[in-house]
Structures are given as C-alpha cells and as structure tokens.
Design a protein around this ligand. Structure first.
Ligand SMILES: C[S@@+](CC[C@H](N)C(=O)[O-])C[C@H]1O[C@@H](n2cnc3c(N)ncnc32)[C@H](O)[C@@H]1O
Length: 228
C-alpha cells in the first residue's frame, strides 16, 4: 500500500529526472540503459538497515532504490520524497505491484517535512547535481537534522575528473541540462565528500563505480559527527 501526503510548503523550481517533465515516463528505461541498478544494490548493501529502521530516499524519483531496499529488507519503513508528482505516481504503482508499503511525499530536499532525528538511513541517489550550491548545502543540513545521531547517509552522484563531463548529458549547455552540467562541476574529484564533511559528517572514502554507459558514480557513506 502507498500513501501520498501533501505538506504546505513553498513551491520551488526544480529539475525533473531527465531534465523535462514530459520525459519522466521514460526515466526507468534510461535507468536500465545506463545500468543504474547495481549502484542502487550497492547503496542498499552499504546502508544495511535493520528490522524496524526508517529509511528515507530524498529525490526518490520513480522509487527504484526504495523498491530494491524493500525487496531485500521487508521489515524496514520506507519513505520517499520528490517534487515530481508524475514520478511519485509511478513509484506508487511499482510499489503496489511489488507488494511493498511505502510512504511517498511530494516535497523538496531543501526543506524536509520530517521531525529531527526521525530516520536511521537517508539515501540520495543522482539528485545532488539537480541542485545549485546553496540548495546542496541546505539538503545536507536537512539530512543531518532528520538523521538519528547513529544514522547513516548514503549518497550517490556523478564524479568528474578535472576537465571531464558528467554522466552522459550531451554537450548542450541550454536549459535544464545546461544547469545540471554547471551544477555537476561541483563534483570534480573529492568535492562531494568534502561538502558532506563540511555539513557535519564523518565521511568514508568514496566508492567509485563505472556505469555501463556514461561516466562514473561516486557513492558516499557518511555519519553525523558529534553534537550539532
Ligand atoms: C536523476 S533523478 C534520480 C531519481 C532516483 N533517485 C534514482 O536514483 O533513480 C533526480 C530526481 O531528483 C528530483 N529532484 C530535483 N530537485 C529536487 C529537490 N529540490 N528536492 C528533491 N528532489 C529533487 C527529481 O524530481 C528527480 O526525481
């Protein structure tokens, strides 16, 4: 069973999964072609949730990571958040088909509608490059706030070499794709890991994995470091 909850939040501009809302129905095809499933499987393994744990996926899109989590850990509580209503409907349909229960909320990473210390695991998969610099920092502050002190952040995003390109977006610099390409420039080398550490986390060494096509993905595992 799935549930949708609305929260009285400020509407914000956001970049949908494939850059344009009308492309959202194609998201799962692209996910398959790029070979993202193994990245999600590794994220689930690294998060190692226990029965009764509460798991949040920020920018959950069509719900693939939550579905992988639920299939492997039947007794965790799954919560997904995304601003894209179409992606959430799709996530809901897929969860029902898989016999999984998950709560799906429409909302924004910069303003998570959850109490302090209410999650054991927070995931963020391929969402960071959808945000500008201040929004990335707002996301990390919010993740820090909603995580329990012994909780875990598992975050995946593109890793760029100094003059490299991000995950296969083409070279056009206009519109949403152009914004994502610009925002991905923050992902050169260990920049993502350093940004997470600056937000008050202890970060493990980045795990880098190559997609079937496109570029490289870095997976970060981070724990809140000491008192706020
Ligand atoms: C490339 S998709 C990744 C979807 C999913 N996490 C996955 O790994 O398949 C990026 C997602 O981030 C969402 N997104 C964009 N801006 C956001 C924001 N401000 N807060 C939360 N999610 C956002 C998009 O709607 C989209 O679903």
């Amino acid at each position: 069973m799935t549930e949708r909850t609305s929260h009285p939040q400020v509407e914000r501009d956001y970049i949908p999964g494939l850059g344009k809302q009308f492309l959202t129905p194609l998201y799962d095809v692209v996910h398959h072609v790029f070979g993202l499933a193994p990245v999600h499987e590794e994220m689930v393994t690294l998060s190692a949730p226990r029965d009764g744990h509460r798991v949040l996926d920020v920018g959950c899109g069509t719900g693939n990571l939550l579905r992988s989590t639920g299939k492997r850990h039947r007794d965790v509580e799954l919560v997904g958040l995304d601003p894209d209503a179409k992606a959430l409907s799709r996530a809901g349909r897929k969860a029902r088909r898989a016999g999984l229960r998950m709560r799906l909320d429409r909302g924004f990473a910069q303003e998570l509608p959850y109490p302090d210390g209410s999650f054991d695991v927070v995931f963020s998969s391929l969402m960071l490059h959808h945000l500008d610099g201040p929004s990335k920092d707002a996301l990390l502050a919010e993740v820090r706030r909603v995580l329990r002190p012994d909780g875990l952040l598992v975050l995946a995003d593109a890793v760029l070499e100094e003059h490299g390109h991000g995950i296969g977006w083409g070279r056009r610099n206009r519109g949403a794709r152009g914004r994502m390409r610009e925002q991905m420039r923050d992902n050169v080398g260990d920049a993502v890991s350093r940004r997470i550490a600056a937000a008050g986390f202890t970060v493990e060494p980045t795990r880098i994995t190559a997609l079937r096509i496109g570029g490289k993905i870095g997976i970060e595992v981070a724990r809140p470091s000491g008192p706020d």
